[in-house]
Design a binder for this molecule. Structure first.
Ligand SMILES: *Cc1c(COP(=O)(O)O)cnc(C)c1O
Length: 365
């Protein structure tokens, strides 16, 4: 049976590394996207064991799922600003910290909290360059109002999201300057901003300082950072496992897969594993925005790939085995000419967990 294996020890050691880099800052574990593919129900209690007491989500259902786990001393923040009344109602009802990124969100949250006879806990989000959620840094009056003018909202934090922490230092610097300007403005008017946060995984592992009062970390727990941070002390967590279901000798000149993309140059022993892109193997984010420089980057990376014959590999009995031809929806063929193996043996597929289909059986070890 195909399974998605998740190693608890690696998550524990990644958590240690994250805590050590965060220093005095609170670690907010971001568990969006089904906890990056690891599943809220298993991943969140494990992180709680590791000492995480603060979780960030981008979906109301995820917030409620964490709430149901009833973990002691745990806070949850909805990182996405929402002005939708049904979302605000569930969040406030369940004492989840909301994000306010617009006056509409503040007005709706306040009236819902008032109606429920409670106070909504909130952080304020500033859009410093991501262009998704948050007040513009120039909206000083509106921001000031959220902190001071709503009887049933209590703001305890101020944050922004970085767009380019994995690469461009200059963009990050400018974003942080904008956040600081808001902080200064509020402070000068006698408002205490609360917990300041901006650092994501790339920032924490690439830039280190200053990290703010809290850090919001997702991908680092999985050991797969979007940036190249050398010797970062993290382990890649999660792989798919399947079994060889057939082995064939392909004569010289045989083709493999759709469009016959691979031709055997010599007699080749080929193993078939019933795992393919419907399980999430070799599925990556699509190339979406084509600025001129993106186009050039894509062309260059394709040329590099072709010149250096970058193939895809799997691991068969601990040996590196090359994937032959195109990967199918539910099949992968790999070269086991020099690899001792037989039908039924395990094959490991390195895969970003976020792409693993939720239908694949998940096993924490
Ligand atoms: C996803 C996300 C994070 C965490 O990003 P990583 O790079 O995975 O650590 C932090 N903050 C917000 C608002 C996010 O959406």
């Amino acid at each position: 049976m195909n399974s998605f294996i998740i190693e608890r020890d690696k998550i524990r050691s990644n958590a240690e590394e994250i805590f050590s880099r965060a220093g005095d800052a609170t670690v907010i574990a971001v568990v969006k996207g089904r906890a990056y593919g690891f599943g809220i129900a298993e991943f969140v209690p494990l992180l709680h064991e590791c000492g995480v007491r603060f979780f960030g989500v981008t979906d109301v259902a995820d917030a409620l799922e964490i709430k149901k786990l009833a973990l002691p001393e745990t806070d949850i923040i909805m990182l996405r600003s929402t002005a939708l009344c049904d979302e605000l109602s569930s969040l406030i009802q369940n004492d989840i910290i909301i994000t306010i990124g617009s006056t509409e969100a503040a007005v709706n949250a306040n009236s819902i909290a008032l109606e429920k006879g409670t106070t909504a806990r909130a952080h304020v989000k500033i859009d410093t360059g991501m262009g998704r959620y948050g007040f513009s840094p120039d909206d000083t009056e509106q921001i000031y109002s959220v902190y001071t003018k709503f009887s049933n909202i209590s703001v305890s934090g101020l944050f922004t999201h970085l767009s380019s922490a994995f690469k461009n230092g200059n963009t990050t610097k400018k974003q942080l300057e904008k956040l600081s300007s808001v902080e200064d403005e509020l402070s000068s008017r006698g408002v205490s901003c609360g917990t300041i946060h901006f650092a994501n995984s790339s920032y924490l592992f690439k830039r280190k300082k200053p990290v703010g009062d809290a850090v919001r970390i997702g991908s680092a727990f999985t050991g797969r950072l979007p940036c190249k941070a050398h010797s970062n002390g993290l382990s890649r967590v999660g792989h798919l496992e399947g079994n060889i279901c057939e082995i064939h000798w392909l004569p010289k000149g045989s083709k493999v897969g759709y469009s016959g993309a691979y031709t055997a140059k010599q007699p080749t022993r080929a193993a078939v594993v019933p795992i393919g892109y419907s399980d999430g193997f070799c599925v990556e984010k699509c190339r979406d925005t084509y600025r001129f420089k993106d186009g050039i980057f894509y062309i260059l990376s394709d040329i590099k790939r072709t010149l250096f014959k970058k193939s895809v590999y799997v691991s068969v009995n601990g040996y590196k085995s090359k994937v032959l031809g195109h990967i199918g929806m539910t099949h992968t063929v790999c070269d086991v000419t020099d690899i001792p193996c037989e039908i039924g043996d395990n094959v490991l597929f390195d895969i970003n967990p976020v792409y693993v289909s939720p239908d694949v059986y998940k096993e924490y070890i």
